[in-house]
Design a protein around this ligand. Sequence first.
Ligand SMILES: C[S@@+](CC[C@H](N)C(=O)[O-])C[C@H]1O[C@@H](n2cnc3c(N)ncnc32)[C@H](O)[C@@H]1O
Length: 267
Amino acid sequence: MWISSPGGCLPAANRPKKLALLFRICCRNVISSNFTNAETVSSADEKYGHKEVISVTPRLHDYILSNVKESKILQDLREETANMHGSQMQVSPDQAQLLVMLVQILGAKRCIEVGVYTGYSSLAVASVLPEGGLLVACERDAKSLEIAQKYYDRAGVSNKVQIKLGLAADSLNSMIQNGEANRYDFAFLDADKKMYQEYFELLLQLVRVGGLIVIDNVLWHGRVADPLVNDPRTVSIRNFNRNLMMDERVSISMVPVGDGMTICRKH
Ligand SMILES: C[S@@+](CC[C@H](N)C(=O)[O-])C[C@H]1O[C@@H](n2cnc3c(N)ncnc32)[C@H](O)[C@@H]1O
């Protein structure tokens, strides 16, 4: 869900002012299907100068997905999940590929996932952990975990995955109480949105300095950018994003992949 302004152009400073404004209004389109009002002008142009931002149209998204190296087992899991209730919850293959890349670049050995569902993202991460690596997988829904476990077994990664069935906040708190603070390299947060700030505080204790916490759905179908949308989940994610901007404990990068992921690095 991205705002697009197609077309290369002269820097705004080189055009007469009125023409520049007209140009910006005409060439901008908004692709979020969930926006309540058709936003046509970006204040970012005023602040940062005109930058081309690509729209991920359905066709382009197909193209991106056709360039993902998805393993057969991940494909099978995705297809099995596709017919289930909540199938839209699993991360997309391009998101999983980014998670895997981050884990590999970091050389992560100990990871946490909050919100496993049927296991797509956790299977992707567990599959690239070295021998002796660990992924703590927090999920409250036993039925979804049955499918996840089946695929961990099939992929031969069950020995690296420690499932914590129950409320994720309880699991993370007990990990902290058990002396596991600062012992994790990487965490992926993808559970109930209204709890993001609480999970983040717990994960920040568990992840070491230099470790990463990646948070999914930070663009929330584009709704976070629409001032007319103020339902509790949107407000919660919007506040969370704003807090991250002010949080001096982490550096951040918000990436428009899937429904938006923010990568946080702990200082
Ligand atoms: C968006 S899905 C996770 C998708 C998963 N990362 C994937 O790629 O397939 C969110 C999951 O979080 C779980 N969840 C929601 N609230 C939770 C909580 N309080 N504790 C543990 N799990 C929770 C839900 O049951 C659901 O399976």
